[in-house]
Design a protein around this ligand. Sequence first.
Ligand code: HEC
Ligand code: HEC
Length: 146
Amino acid sequence: MRTLILLGGLALAALMLAPPVLGASFFRSVADAEARKECGACHMPYPPALMPARSWEKIIGALPNHFGEDASLPEPTRLKILAYMTGNAGDAPKGNAWFMTRVKKADTPARITEMPFWRAIHGGFSPASFKRRGVKKPGNCLGCHG
Ligand code: HEC
Ligand code: HEC
């Protein structure tokens, strides 16, 4: 039993240590035209694999009060974007298990920058590195990954 737990721990550590190296094409991989347009109006459109489906449900279920802004959409557009984002979420069948590392079942992250994978990589960066010109916010992935 102990060996199993140890092996499980090692497998998890290996998963955290060996992220897939992502090119700019990943950060520009939002295939759905409406999601790209509507969710890219104020910031970069985020690839759905970065969060679990329940996070997208929460975000796209509360667009009139979206981080202090009104990002509401007509219902048919909202439903289409919701289907695309949840259908391609990190925990969807063709998702990305690595992004889901250490996300507790009971947790619904409200931001990508709250995801454990993101924190594991970027947690030690200086606040100044996120404020510099061309980046401005931690959530502006393309500022550094573009
Ligand atoms: C009216 C402008 C606006 C629109 C449209 C908009 N957002 Fe946002 N979004 C914001 C703001 C403002 C923030 C907070 C930025 C910050 O402070 O870091 C944000 C943050 C986010 C974050 C968190 C990023 C992080 O820091 O990890 C996600 C995820 C997100 N938006 C998804 C969406 C999705 C999905 C859509 C389309 C349905 C959308 N947004 C449309 C304004 C907008
Ligand atoms: C301030 C610059 C900066 C911002 C903003 C940033 N990253 Fe990164 N990110 C980096 C650097 C630098 C590395 C390489 C870290 C290393 O190798 O130790 C990295 C590594 C990664 C990796 C590991 C795989 C790879 O391609 O190297 C992922 C995944 C990742 N970032 C996702 C994101 C996402 C998603 C966002 C936006 C929500 C984001 N990052 C925002 C600088 C940034």
